[in-house]
Design a protein around this ligand. Sequence first.
Ligand SMILES: [Zn+2]
Length: 165
Amino acid sequence: MRHTTRREILSEDTGSPYYELRKYPEPTVCSGCNLVYHKGRWTNGLTAPAGANRELCPACRRVQDRNPGGVVYLDGSYFQAHRDEILNTAKNQEKLARAQRPLQRIMWIKPNDTGLEIATTNFHLARRIGEAIYQAHKGNLDIKYSEGDRFARVYWHRDDQPKPK
Ligand SMILES: [Zn+2]
């Protein structure tokens, strides 16, 4: 009888094309976004030398495969009334996250049956966006993890309208 959990399998899954700690030859440049893999991490603001190894970084590979690491679902009448403001909060969180961790990106923003979904390249960014919206606008936040905690569905919902001033 095997006792290996899915979480353990995933934590050793360094062969996954999405695994952010995978090692690459140096220098490697991403053929999607031009990030350079340097000293063991994908780094902003570097220029790769001619002849550098070329590969897709984990974030660009997720974009290419349309395979997000997290999805944020936004809905409710309050959301519809404050849609632009809430979207700006989400985009601003991406900007802040990406400055430090360039693999954290929004992949798409699109309407669904009840509101809007925002797909991200990893679960940290999905959670960060959900928490920032919750802090600024209250409502209900619910985060569900799966795939050994490597995928997050983040649900934020608010229906009520604010009182007129
Ligand atoms: Zn890339």
